[in-house]
Design a protein around this ligand. Sequence first.
Ligand code: OXD
Ligand code: MN
Length: 625
Amino acid sequence: MALTPEKFLKDKLSPDAFSKLIQLRNQKLLEFISEYIKKCNPASVFVCTDDAEDIEYIKKRSLHNGEEKALAISGHTVHFDNYLDQARDKKHTAILLPAGKTLDEKISTMDRTSGLDDIQNIMQDIMTGKEMIVRFFCLGPNASPFSIPAVQITDSAYVAHSEDLLYRPGYREFLRLGNSARFFKFIHSQGELDERNTCKNLDQRRVYIDLEEEIVYSANTQYGGNTIGLKKLAMRLAIQRAFNEGWLTEHMLIMAIHGPGGRSTYFTGAFPSLCGKTSTAMLEGETIVGDDIAYLHKKDGEVRAVNVEKGIFGIIMGINSKDDPIQWNALHSPNEVIFSNILVTSDLNAYWVGKDGEMPQKGENHSGEWWKGKQDDSGRDIPPSHPNARFTISLDAMQNLDKAAHDPAGVPISGIVYGGRDADTSVPVEEAFHWNHGIVTKGAALESETTAATLGKEGVRQFNPMSNLDFLSISIGNYVRINLDFGKNLKKSPLIFSVNYFLLDENGKFLNEKNDKKVWYRWMELRVNGDVEAIVTPTGRIPRYEDLNPLFKSILDKDYTLSEYTKQFTVRIPENLHKIDRIVNIYKNILDTPREIFMELSAQKDRLQKAQQEHGDYITPRQLS
Ligand code: OXD
Ligand code: MN
């Protein structure tokens, strides 16, 4: 007769580990853990509670296993992923769907039965000789109606350590909820490792999301975006839950912009990876709630949001003391930081592309021993750090953490921002006319050029609704529909904006500097509070020169000229019309596209064509005011 999970666990685990699990009084949890101990067959199991000594054990294990190495500054470590495991593997990531169910072809899916067979084979005995770690987390603030408890099983102490910096502790949450905990489940194994402690069997790399059981499987990979279950893997599960329950899971930062008289106005912002999301959330003078994933609920007619995380898995390329003083300080102070895929110099310091100072001539990086001029197998120079090299740090180490960051009730949202990597179409900042106009033309129509955050070619313009395409577990049409519906019955709707940090002039030069965004956010803050007027264009409302000029002076000490303003805010009619055609064609092929999409896009096209007849292809703000 098969043993009950309790009996199996009692035989298999140390008395200490068993007692930690049994205290949680959750049968489903015991079943899940015992099933994967049987399957993965680890040599031992460590159950990690929220206690400091358990957490310390994980950190020590990571160093002991060689998954992380200590650097010169106290608390800093470095981790390397395999040279070919440096980003999210979209090709081997799939949502498992039961027979007969389909999603749009832009969402990677797979038949559930074949997917489960495949992953169960891969997971068989995958932890032989290794220690399995079981950890508990809380997605969102502790004891909050927004939050979702989660359990992570992994054989990587690096993954478990990263999650400690990134997520709120969950053992007590499980204790509090007992059998009523509706939790997400994550099971990860890095599989066999090579002499550098990086994954050997990349051909067996898999990330499968089983919506039915709310389990995510990840195997033969170490890169955080593929392995840190609670990050982008949990997001797919949460998008489905949000859809079923009428709230939103978004790829969004949350921050407070500090306007006149010390007022705090909260914004969320959605950007694809490597498009300035973290640097926006970190703007000097403002305060951060979160930089990547938000849950949004409606409460008493108001939109409120929480940061699902409590730390940053940020892109390090380009961080320098002038543009990013807060991150710079945090990365140079003795606190816990895990660097990944940077260059480590012989004196154990971290170097990355875009850091202040001279580039070292040699060191260790994601390719192993590195020297200036080293080339890969195809003859391309290997940069000192990978463009997707990261740092993992707790937000508590940041001077700019917002005072409401851990509030279980979330923060009230007054503005929602969408931005992508767009060389030629949208102006640097623009307000939508109303909720549906914003959701459709700024969010659902978002396009961005691909970046190093995912494997594959960079710089290709891609459709990426709300910057969330990679993480959707429901159809695109349904996803846009819930965003449209979310705007109904609000006492005061948040204003919706687009930003574009990547606009180029006719010679391919950026029209803005990195820090100009400080001004755009202060302008949006003034708009939300009704303090400034705006100019109406066919695509939305843009700032007046007379409002931006003093903001540039006071915030950046810059003399912002009328000619810069005119170049940046000229409405580019042909580019905007082409974009509408591209987006309409996409939505025509999506089954359940809400009709509001076609209505808003067609109205925008009419406005653009009318303006074109009156003013020509390129219309300056002066012509419209
Ligand atoms: C991330 C991503 O790591 O979106 O946040 O790739
Ligand atoms: Mn992200």
